[in-house]
Design a protein around this ligand. Structure first.
Ligand code: FES
Ligand SMILES: [Fe+2]
Length: 318
């Protein structure tokens, strides 16, 4: 029998996903956002709060991010001037006395931290049930100003997430020795996973027991932190957003302790970007096997897939 050659059978997952870099949205600015298979409009009102609404005006369907203007803490439609506030409610129809109660847009729950603006997506409209963690070293005086990179990949975000739990590919795709074995720990009602690998490292400053700690928060947010050498550290924050079921937007934020910035910052970042680029042709041309043939080396992938089911509505076991 022919097995199906389906590329993206998975729906868009539920959770917190970045929709913009904070610094790209100044007060009074409007941005078009494509995420969750939808057209959205993001703006920052005069009070400084970001607001994310569905993009198509309930009147005659203009796209609010294409010519829409911020007015106070509302956005004005470019077509006939209707204004919408942060709740998505219409607060003004120029020259009209009454505003129809149904003149409203979906407003998305947002949090702004770690230099990004995150929106809560849930296919069944359930409210947030976990929080985006605050990454303490971002903005810390001993750490460098973060570097940022954006990478668009034409594949479902599950493939990007799964990569972290696939130790064997590091050898074949990235030309590295397989990473040392990791210990996995599930926490916070099962929404977070921590993987820790330990290595002894020889450095000019001596020999240290170092750790590489990979935290995953929901499906799409993760950090990779190295520690163990006193006063020296690196932190990579990775955010993956589902643009739709076949496209993902990756945002990387890197900061390192200032004492190592000169040696590590530039090369470390370009190494990471190159690493992701090595994966891209595999991701963009693979299919998603719902029932893959596995070997004894794939235990992490099995555990990871089981864990990720909680983030999908409408699939078996979710
Ligand atoms: S389409 Fe938006 S005001 Fe008419
Ligand atoms: Fe990879």
């Amino acid at each position: 029998m022919n097995a199906p050659q389906t590329h993206h059978p998975l729906p868009i997952p539920n959770g917190w996903f970045a929709v913009a870099w904070s610094r790209d949205l100044e007060e009074g600015q409007v941005q078009r956002v494509q995420a969750f298979g939808r057209e959205l409009v993001l703006f920052r009102g005069r009070s400084g709060q970001p607001v994310l609404l569905d993009a198509y005006c309930p009147h005659l369907g203009a796209h609010l991010a294409v010519g829409g203007r911020v007015s106070g803490d509302t956005i004005r439609c470019p077509f006939h001037g209707w204004r919408f506030d942060e709740t998505g409610g219409c607060v003004e129809i120029p020259h009209a006395r009454a505003i129809p109660a149904v003149a409203r847009l979906k407003s998305w729950a947002l949090v702004e931290k770690n230099e990004m603006i995150f929106a809560w997506h849930h296919a069944e409209e359930k409210p947030p049930d976990w929080e985006v963690p605050t990454i303490g070293v971002i903005g810390h005086p001993d750490w460098t100003a973060p570097r940022r990179v954006d990478i668009d990949v034409a594949v479902h975000m599950q493939e990007l997430a799964e990569n972290n739990f696939d130790p064997v590919h590091f050898e074949y795709v990235h030309g590295m020795a397989a990473p040392p074995p990791s210990e996995y720990e599930f926490a916070e009602n099962g929404r977070f996973v921590r993987a820790v690998s330990k290595t002894t490292r020889e450095t000019p400053m001596g020999t240290f027991d170092t750790r590489l700690v990979r935290d995953t928060f929901g499906l799409g947010l993760s950090t990779v932190v190295s520690d163990g050498i006193p006063g020296v550290g690196t932190m990579l924050f990775v955010s993956v957003t589902p643009v739709d079921a076949g496209h993902s937007k990756m945002r990387l934020l890197l900061t390192v302790t200032k004492n190592v910035a000169d040696q590590l910052g530039e090369e470390f970042m370009s190494g990471i970007v190159q690493g992701v680029m090595d994966d891209v042709p595999i991701w963009e041309n693979k299919i998603h096997r719902e029932r893959p043939v596995l070997s004894e080396l794939d235990k992490e992938i099995v555990d990871f897939r089981r864990w990720t089911r909680q983030f999908y509505s409408g699939i078996d076991g979710a």
